[in-house]
Design a protein around this ligand. Structure first.
Ligand code: BES
Ligand code: ZN
Length: 492
């Protein structure tokens, strides 16, 4: 029985109050025509975003499949009315929205905007202050499931594109919008979609807003994401539940066996104790680590925000290093035996654990899945059988930082927020980012507009209305800056 459940924000909670001196070098500004249109249409943007947020496009639940399709169709329609050629593409799972505008011509670069219209389940519903699918603004925050992850961050790009087309009748570069409906369940069908449509999706850069800023008012470019290997471990004992007095002590208990298996996954230094787990881990580039150390981060503040009595993790690393640069193993769920009210004397027949591994370059999810299966087979106690099933995986990613897209991102964020962005890392995963680089050969710019404490994946998820506004201004500016950066130094 649980009496109190604490749901820390899914995004790392960071310092929320410290002062930055604004950049002295104020070269970049948001183009006035676009800025004016976005300001004049902000109320419309809010109404539209609210309509998007009201659709419970929960990808994990089959009963929401039609809601996922409806959200995809709604987005495709909005892109069509903005001036894009837009359609849904069926996959074995939820549809992909693919919209294109190619009026800049074959010589102009092509930018691909990626986002996801699916959301995490909203449960536990009773912990929401206002219903998860009835968006509400309180204190400048738009509360709803998917507000920040990722509908709000995706939709600000749609408004930026619409601003260009409405004001100028054109875009400075060709644009592809690719929105998937399975990001929250591991993007299981997107890799094949990219392979199949490789030619059509050919582009020079990818921009994604599905991450957080380091702190309010501090625009951020994300330089790394962890990868993922997600497995389920099933332990089977007797063929059915047994009386724990009549059989207990003589028949091996799968719940205990599973506990023993899980207890072998870490050593007492907080390291993952699976043979070969760290073999492919690369040292973090010095330049990126140096950048990281310039970010003010208060570990005690971070702890207090989570509500945990103390922090833990791998010995020898700071919290930011643990979150951004080190691989992990976490139990995400456990199930066995009787969990209802009161007591029941039963020897369960089965036990199950959901276990995910966050990976860093160059760990390969397929290799990790195999190592985990071998490890479990080795440590499984006699008297039960253990099965490891891989659920989904994604590669880790680290960016090169630099080149026209990155430069354009820096300039656009500086224009919108009035200060240059910081470079951050991330503990979360966006499985498809590595695939974009690998399959499409295009660099990826991650500029996120979430904030610490945004409650992604948790009750009371929110996005700052101000960040939506600034994000749309940055996204609109990015297109001009990108066109200029490609036409400029790198071609000369
Ligand atoms: N938007 C998040 C990833 C993220 C979180 C980026 C925080 C930056 C900051 C994304 O929607 C997500 O939650 N991804 C899943 C992927 C998983 C299902 C493979 C994640 O990280 O758990
Ligand atoms: Zn998410």
């Amino acid at each position: 029985m649980h009496t109190h459940t604490h749901y820390p924000a899914h995004a790392p909670v960071r310092v929320v109050s410290f002062t930055y001196s604004p950049s002295s070098r104020m070269t970049a500004t948001v183009p006035a025509d676009l800025d004016a249109w976005l300001a004049a249409h902000h109320a419309n943007a809010m109404d539209e975003l609210f309509a998007f947020l009201r659709m419970p496009s929960v990808s994990a639940r089959s009963e929401h499949a039609s809601d996922c399709r409806a959200a995809a169709q709604w987005l495709a329609d909005r892109l069509a009315s903005a001036g894009f050629t837009s359609a849904l593409h069926d996959t074995p799972g939820h549809p992909v929205v693919l919209a294109e505008w190619r009026g800049a011509g074959a010589d102009a670069p092509t930018l691909l905007v990626y986002g996801h219209y699916d959301v995490q389940p909203a449960e536990p519903l009773e912990l929401w202050t206002s219903p998860a699918f009835e968006p509400e603004v309180r204190d400048g925050r738009i509360y709803a499931r998917g507000s920040v992850d990722d509908k709000g961050q995706l939709y600000l790009h749609v408004k930026a594109l619409e601003a260009h087309l409405a004001v100028r009748g054109t875009l400075p570069v060709n644009v592809i919008v690719l929105a998937e409906g399975e990001e929250e369940v591991g993007s299981v069908n997107l890799e094949a979609f990219l392979e199949t449509h490789r030619e059509r999706l050919r582009c020079d850069g990818v921009v994604i807003s599905d991450s957080t800023m380091f702190a309010p008012g501090v625009p951020s470019i994300l330089s790394s994401l962890r990868g993922m290997a997600y497995v389920q471990i099933d332990v089977q004992g007797a063929s059915s539940d047994l009386h724990s007095g009549m059989y207990g002590g003589a028949v091996v208990n799968p719940a205990m066996a599973l506990a023993r298996i899980l207890a072998t996954l870490h050593d007492d230094q907080g390291r993952v104790a699976i043979a070969g787990f760290y073999d492919a881990v690369q040292a973090w580039p010095d330049a990126v680590r140096a950048q990281m150390r310039t970010l003010p981060f208060d570990e005690e503040h971070f702890r207090a925000e989570t509500g945990a009595p103390a922090l833990g993790g791998e010995v020898g690393y700071t919290v930011l290093e643990r979150l951004w640069t080190r691989p992990t193993c976490e139990v995400n769920g456990l199930l066995s035996g009787y969990t209802g009210e009161g007591a029941k004397t039963v020897l369960p027949a089965v036990a199950m654990a959901k276990v995910s591994f966050r990976l860093v370059p160059d760990q390969d999810p397929k290799v990790i899945e195999r190592l985990v299966a071998e490890h479990v087979a080795r440590v499984c106690p006699a008297g039960v059988t253990a099965t490891v099933t891989a659920l989904h995986g994604g590669r880790p990613w680290r960016s090169e930082l630099g080149g026209p897209l990155h430069e354009a991102g820096v300039a656009a964020l500086e224009a919108a927020f009035g200060r240059a962005p910081v470079i951050t890392g991330e503990g979360g995963s966006i499985p498809v980012v590595g695939d974009f680089e690998r399959i499409l050969g295009a660099p990826v710019l991650l500029m996120g507009f979430g904030l610490p404490g945004e409650n992604a994946h948790a009750p009371d998820e929110w996005i700052s209305e101000e960040n939506f506004r600034q994000g749309a201004r940055a996204a609109a500016t990015l297109l001009d800056r990108y066109a200029a950066a490609v036409a400029g130094p790198s071609r000369a």
